[in-house]
Design a protein around this ligand. Sequence first.
Ligand SMILES: [Zn+2]
Length: 89
Amino acid sequence: MMKKPDVSKEPCSECGGHLKKKYISQAFERGGVTVKLSGIAALVCSKCGEIYFQPGGSEKVVEAANSLFKLATIERQFKRPLTGEICKA
Ligand SMILES: [Zn+2]
């Protein structure tokens, strides 16, 4: 689902649909542990639902997910959902 970053005015490269700025949630599963990031600003195609992150954004999302996985391992929160949320300053 993750694609290369795109400019906000450009149409979806998959279907040509209109991209809308949205705050999305993404869940990641690894070795039975699930972490969730929510409130990530991204551009989402209104037609096919393709997700486009800001330039460099997808790498940062993966980094954040990796950090949550490490935290989950340290705290042994295997049985509990761990959520990272981006809030306004
Ligand atoms: Zn599309």
